[in-house]
Write a protein that binds this ligand. Structure first.
Ligand SMILES: Nc1ncnc2c1ncn2[C@@H]1O[C@H](COP(=O)(O)OP(=O)(O)O)[C@@H](O)[C@H]1O
Ligand SMILES: [Mg+2]
Length: 380
């Protein structure tokens, strides 16, 4: 059984659309596929698959200690494809208790299929990281926009921190060194990883060796979704260059998917696009990605033992993902290796200025309305 977790730093990049259609493409190749909606709080795979209502999902499983994941698998309209719904009532996976996560992971490992595809919620909290690391070759989905690329980069950086966390035991010099850095007030997300590692290699070769060993099993894949222009595909190559240079990780590029309005029409027709229009550019891209995934088969076992992890991270400060300084710092790394160009920055500033202009107009309009209402005697 191969586990294919699908993650992203940013929401709305197309993870669920890709997870669903990719699963169908794999099942059409004669494989048994189980698609699991792990975006708790934001589950939407059932909508993409065209289910009208869902009675039982991950929430049911989490609330009933005796339940087995196997019991909530649904059959779908497509041969070979099975589905485990998420739960819109359960707050995000960030809120999963450690024992719940472990139970979920244990149950996922017992599923019987050729492929188990995991659609994850956006973000880099430690639960998402652990689901992502159930395989050494999970898929990161991004868009070509600056924020999406930046968040994809941060996502992979957090995977590295998660591995460090696993490699550096609490009593090691490596761990102490990182604690010292934190005490001195340097957020880890801003640390230059090659320098950090060369320092750790000097003071604690054993921990360093352990870490390097873990990274050897890590080969994440990348899908660049919603591109509008062929030259957008450069973004993937440049992101790969940054992750190699700054994070020491080789990202496998699975392919690009164009933006296509047919996706919206497919959604409102309650059909996955690969069934709605198998010849559309999106569908064809997904088929190519499925082929690649099947061909690159092999060892994608988890680099870490996700079952024996501590409740809280020792090393990583995952929450820092929204910190402004962190963003600036990582933007510099991307700029240096060319993943972002000055042109991207200019483009982003332009579109932000446009948004600001519009917000100003909207603001003005609301103020006018408010003034009118007050004049007419409404109380504010
Ligand atoms: N290649 C694409 N072209 C056009 N629309 C897309 C494409 N991929 C995804 N979308 C749309 O973008 C939105 C977000 O997709 P979704 O898969 O829900 O993102 P995520 O799971 O990453 O939050 C949805 O409305 C979806 O229909
Ligand atoms: Mg989603």
């Amino acid at each position: 059984m191969r586990i294919v977790p699908i993650g992203s730093g940013k929401g709305g990049v197309g993870k669920s659309v890709i997870a669903t259609n990719l699963s169908i493409a794999l099942s059409e190749a004669g494989l048994k596929v189980i698609l699991v909606d792990l975006d708790l709080g934001g589950s939407n795979i059932h909508t993409i698959l065209g289910f009208r209502s869902i009675e039982r999902g991950i929430g049911t499983f989490l609330n009933d200690r005796k339940a087995r994941l196997n019991d909530i698998i649904l059959d779908t309209a497509y041969d070979g494809l099975f589905f485990i719904p998420g739960d819109a009532e359960i707050p995000g996976i960030a809120n999963l208790k450690s024992y719940q996560k472990q139970r979920l992971i244990k149950n996922i490992y017992t599923l019987e299929a050729d492929f188990v595809v995991l659609d994850l919620g956006a973000g880099t909290n430690y639960n998402v990281m652990d689901f992502f690391l159930m395989s050494g070759s999970g898929i990161v989905v991004t868009n070509p926009t600056l924020t999406a690329i930046l968040n994809a980069y941060l996502f992979i950086k957090n995977v590295i921190f998660r591995l460090m966390d696993s490699a550096f035991g609490k009593k090691t010099e490596a761990y102490k060194y990182i604690e010292k850095l934190k005490r001195e007030g340097s957020p880890l997300q801003r640390v230059y990883i090659p320098k950090l590692l060369s320092e750790i290699a000097k003071i604690d070769p054993e921990s360093h060796r352990k870490f390097v060993h873990l990274t050897e099993n890590l080969k994440p894949n990348l899908i660049l979704n919603m591109i509008d222009d062929p030259k957008d595909s450069d973004k993937a190559l440049k992101l790969r260059r940054s992750t190699r240079e700054y994070l020491g990780i080789d990202l496998e590029h699975l392919g690009v998917v164009y933006r296509d309005n047919l996706q919206d029409i497919a959604l409102s027709s309650r059909l996955p696009i690969i069934k709605y229009k198998p010849n559309s550019v999106i569908s064809q891209a997904i088929y190519r990605i499925a082929d690649k995934l099947v061909q690159t088969g092999g060892d994608d076992s988890s680099p870490i033992d996700v079952m024996t992890i501590d409740e809280s991270y020792q090393v990583a400060e995952i929450e820092a993902e929204t910190d402004f300084q962190v963003k600036i710092h990582n933007m510099e790394e991307l700029l240096h290796s060319g993943a972002l160009t000055m042109g991207d920055l200019v483009e982003t500033i332009r579109s932000q200025q446009f948004e600001i202009q519009n917000l100003k107009k909207e603001n003005q309009l609301l103020k006018t309305k408010l003034a009118e209402a007050v004049r007419e005697g409404f109380r504010v």
